[in-house]
Design a protein around this ligand. Structure first.
Ligand SMILES: Cc1cc2nc3c(=O)[nH]c(=O)nc-3n(C[C@H](O)[C@H](O)[C@H](O)COP(=O)(O)O)c2cc1C
Length: 408
């Protein structure tokens, strides 16, 4: 070996590192997922097309969905330097309770189509992180099963059925199962037109036709998991008419089961049925936020249902500052929709939000890697928030204020 060959080998040795081979396929998959978009792509590969589009899609031209996340780009940090950031505390107070970070998991109906564990998996992951999980009225695991599976903080999302007795009964069950608050969803008088579902003739539960069979064969891991999971129903109304055992389109279901006559008086009725905090989910104007505090709700979730209802509705993040200024400390303000990074949480809090809430991000995690995918998503947001706080010179959530950001 001459001198230059020896030099080459020495250089090679100095840089080469053989990584130990990761044998667990889920770990391998998650290690490579750098952000939510990566998880979305994995979920897209693993889920049948109809299922993925049901989760990923939104109303009409999907303009509002795009703005929900796009509007975060208009916010710029004004980072401060040389502040000791060796100790960062992410904890926040939401509805009077301290939680480890200002992040909540939004209710999503029919979660079992992403993974057979469905709501149980998501609630367990939220519980491990100590953050509140919102269980949908249209869940595929019952109020009680979710409470038994996950001891963490839980909220119950209410759709108002035409049958008032049914709503009262569900609230009673949620109280007995220790749900801490309810989210009254007010943006779904009728179902938004989700055109991806129209094109695919998508129903819940998915109808088995030739196209679904082909889709199932192309996605064997999902199909096996789905078939092993047992019959899929709206568990909170199991055994009743319209419990989802037969395939229906979601818009038909909502049209026949839910009332279109919901009004401010119903919020007062709900108050008579529920003595814990109420969050109005789907507030989209300053005027309605003002009325919400006037009727005495404890929380306002600025939300357009992830762009799945009225296309052309404003993004939640664009409403945070005017609404927070209007309501001051009379109610907590939650920014629900389009949150895709820890830095988005910091931006929302800087503009006046008490917390943010995420829907699709955890469903992508669930579809990509089951329960561990949801853990991964929560940790992605936690570490992203911590890093963004360190890089912008804030140590506690209380320290975050309007001076931290400007609008481009
Ligand atoms: C697949 C799916 C199902 C949903 N189901 C419900 C529901 O049953 N009740 C409800 O109040 N909101 C529901 N939402 C809306 C979410 O609670 C939340 O407002 C929205 O996902 C937030 O936007 P993001 O997905 O951009 O985070 C659903 C959203 C998705 C994506």
């Amino acid at each position: 070996m001459n001198f230059s060959e020896a030099k080459m080998i020495e250089t090679f040795r100095s840089v080469v590192r053989f990584k130990s081979i990761e044998t667990d396929s889920v770990t391998r998959r998650l290690d490579r997922a750098a952000d939510i978009e990566d998880l979305r792509k994995i979920a897209k590969r693993r889920l049948p097309r109809g299922v993925f589009d049901y989760i990923d899609g939104a109303a009409e031209d999907e303009v509002t969905m795009a703005r929900n996340s796009g509007d975060f780009d208009r916010i710029e940090f004004k980072p401060r330097i040389l502040r000791d950031v060796s100790n960062i505390d992410l904890s926040a107070t939401v509805l009077g309770k301290k939680i480890p970070m200002p992040l909540l998991l939004s209710p999503t109906g029919f979660t079992r189509i992403a993974d057979s564990q469905g709501e149980l998996a998501v609630a367990r992951a939220a519980g491990r992180a100590g953050i509140p999980y919102g269980l949908s009225t249209l869940s595929t695991r019952s109020i009680e099963d979710v409470a038994d599976a996950a001891p963490g903080p839980k909220w119950f999302q209410v759709y108002t059925w035409k049958d008032r007795g049914l709503v009262s009964e569900m609230l009673q069950r949620a109280r007995e199962a220790d749900y801490e608050a309810i989210l009254l969803t007010v943006d779904t008088a009728v179902l938004g037109r989700r055109e991806r579902d129209v094109r695919r003739g998508y129903t819940l539960p998915p109808k088995i036709g030739l196209d679904t069979i082909i889709d199932g064969v192309i996605h064997p891991a999902w199909t096996l998991d789905f078939l092993r999971g047992g019959a899929i129903t709206f568990s909170n109304v199991a055994g009743r008419d319209g419990d989802g055992t037969s395939a229906v389109s979601l818009s038909d279901y909502i049209g026949t089961q839910f009332t279109q006559a919901l009004s401010w008086e119903d919020v007062e009725w709900l108050r008579s049925q529920w003595d814990r905090p109420i969050v109005l989910k789907g507030v989209q104007t300053v005027a309605d936020a003002k009325q919400a505090v006037a009727v005495g709700v404890e929380g306002i979730a600025l939300s357009n249902h992830g762009g799945r209802q009225l296309d052309g509705a404003p993004s939640p993040i664009s409403l945070v500052e005017p609404v927070a200024q209007e309501v001051q400390d009379q109610a907590d303000v939650i920014c629900d929709g389009g949150v895709r990074r820890g830095s988005d949480i910091l931006k929302a809090v800087a503009l006046g939000a008490t917390a943010v809430s995420i829907g699709r991000p955890y469903l992508y995690g669930l579809g990509a890697a089951g329960e561990r995918g949801v853990d991964h998503v929560i940790e992605f947001f936690r570490s992203g928030l911590e890093r963004s706080m360190a890089l912008s010179g804030v140590r506690t959530i209380d320290e975050v204020n309007r001076d931290l950001v400007s609008l481009r």
